[in-house]
Design a protein around this ligand. Structure first.
Ligand SMILES: [Zn+2]
Length: 527
């Protein structure tokens, strides 16, 4: 096999459109941890590209000999024992993965759901050199590799964990000679790293099928890697964790990218959400914001709310107003069935206390429970509506204090020179001794000082031992309770949770592009 036979991860032509399709396919692409390129386009919101777990992907091979077609089917299925996706090879009709064999072309594939953004009349994957005379080992190497891309894997040498000591001038010269690549193409295909430490990689895996061969002449320490020809143990465990046998229940979530791309900002976005198991009467929804991408050329104004709430559905809205540019935002909600005596929810807006055009730094309101509790309950508080002046940093915090059996004090505050015109917090209360539920808060300041801003922040929440039984994967609902973001760039911040299990979860609070994120705090409830 020749080193000349390289593969290209085909970038989506319309990044924002592909991001919208990714979130429509699998809402976790919007709120799980990020996996975008560090490079252009500037400001693109980081979105994952994984398929909806449990689905069937249709694969249509558009040309090729019967031998090559059967080899494609055989080696694509190298992945299937390890994942909860099915590959269905269809002779005609629609297919998510469309394969051509075109020896005048390179080998390439779109990555994961980017295939949904491709022209439906063209291929999403091409094999540039497969013929009836191709060796068995080359069939295995190339087909397994390209289908790895189609399932959402990126090149292993672009892992944030890969620390390959490239001899850069030698690399540019080599790929210019063998592939006719420009320096920009080498940068994109070889040097550019993905920006998150929890994509498919925990550590650099030199045995991965998704790795290029690395000739010793291209590294400063003469490190070399040969062509890998089959799935490594890490490839198998990655795809198993990406598409596990147990399909997690969807956490309530609405991202504006489900209804429009982030580069087409609008004043209003709405999704009609089906509600199940809420009984015969309309439930109550407590909402909290968990992703913001808002321009800094106007005040930070965003409003998440639900209306037309019935026993079976609710309309969830994320709006802005006046001259604010809302690129994207997301919200979660916790649903309390009518007649449930344990949970109580409500909301409080500073404008219930004073007018928006008379801003004040601190607002406190005594909240009285409709039904008193036997003992002081647990209370969690989320931000669901914001109106902050653009001329100073965006600083706001919502907290509940002095919790008693009959109520608590809800605070909506800002500090320093920030002008908080208005904010709304929603709250949820439940008995502190209730089983199979836990809640709490976490903050960027748990892991670093606020005055050392960085874009990627992560930690782990450990649930109380015995809170959840073996085999139960709780749902984690989480949303902001505080923000502290510099006004000099757009407000871009999002939450993610992964590795959710009965013992806890990993949290992520990330910003992207040139946003300066001093801090953000979160309240969560896990059931
Ligand atoms: Zn590749």
């Amino acid at each position: 096999m020749s080193l000349n036979h390289l593969c290209t991860q085909m970038p989506a032509q319309d990044r924002a459109q592909a991001d919208m399709l990714a979130v429509q396919e699998n809402s976790y692409n919007g709120h799980q941890v990020t996996a975008g390129f560090t490079g252009p386009p500037r400001g693109a919101i980081p979105v994952k590209k994984m398929w909806r777990n449990g689905r069937t992907l249709r694969v249509k091979i558009l040309n090729g000999s019967s031998k090559v077609r059967s080899k494609i089917q055989q080696y694509a299925n190298a992945w299937t024992p390890y994942m909860n996706l099915k590959l269905e090879f269809v002779p005609s009709g629609q297919a998510e993965i469309r394969v051509t064999i075109d020896v005048s072309n390179a080998s390439w594939s779109y990555v994961g759901t980017d295939a949904l953004a491709a022209d439906p009349n063209s291929q999403t994957m091409n094999f540039g050199w497969l013929t009836d005379n191709t060796s068995e080992i080359e069939f295995s190497r190339v087909i397994t590799h390209e289908f790895g891309h189609a399932l959402g894997c990126i090149h292993e040498h672009q892992s944030p964990a890969a620390d390959i000591p490239w001899d850069k001038p030698a690399v540019y010269a080599y790929y210019q000679k063998t592939q006719d690549w420009t320096e920009a193409q080498v940068d994109q295909n070889i040097f550019e790293h993905f920006n998150d430490s929890t994509t498919q990689f925990s550590a650099f895996d030199p045995r991965s099928i998704i790795l290029y061969a690395i000739p010793a002449s291209l590294t400063t320490n003469r490190l070399s890697v040969g062509w890998n020809t089959e799935l490594s143990a890490t490839d198998q465990s990655f795809i198993s964790s990406a598409y596990p046998a147990t399909i997690a229940a969807d956490v309530a979530y609405f991202n504006t990218m489900e209804v429009r791309p982030w580069d087409k900002p609008a004043k209003e976005a709405m999704k009609s959400q089906h509600l199940a198991g809420t009984g015969d009467a309309a439930p109550t929804l407590a909402l909290g914001l968990n992703c913001l991408d808002v321009g800094n050329n106007a005040n930070l104004r965003v409003n998440a709310f639900a209306d037309n709430v019935s026993a079976s559905s609710a309309d969830v809205h994320i709006d802005t107003w006046a001259d604010t540019t809302l690129y994207a935002a997301a919200v979660t909600w916790f649903t309390v069935p009518a007649g449930n005596s344990d949970f109580q929810t409500g909301s409080f807006c500073t404008e219930d206390d004073h007018a928006w055009d008379h801003p004040q730094q601190k607002t406190a309101r005594q909240i009285t429970f409709t039904r008193p509790y036997a003992a002081p309950p647990k209370v969690i508080v989320w931000l669901c509506r914001l109106d902050l002046d653009r001329s100073t940093n965006y600083r706001v915090t919502a907290t509940g204090t002095d919790v008693t059996t009959t109520g608590f004090t809800l605070h909506l505050d800002t500090w320093a020179d920030t002008k908080l015109y208005s904010a709304t917090a929603s709250w949820i209360a439940y008995p502190a001794n209730r089983a199979n539920i836990t809640s709490g808060t976490y903050s960027i300041t748990d892991v670093r000082p606020w005055d050392k801003p960085q874009s990627v922040n992560a930690g782990r929440i450990q649930f109380p031992s015995g809170c959840f039984q073996d085999g139960h994967t709780p749902q984690v609902f989480h949303a902001f309770n505080s923000l502290d973001v510099d006004r000099k760039a757009n407000v871009r911040v999002k939450l993610g949770a992964d590795n959710v299990g009965k013992d806890g979860f990993d949290w992520h609070i990330d910003s992207w592009a040139d946003t300066v994120l001093y801090s953000a705090g979160v309240s969560y409830i896990a059931v």
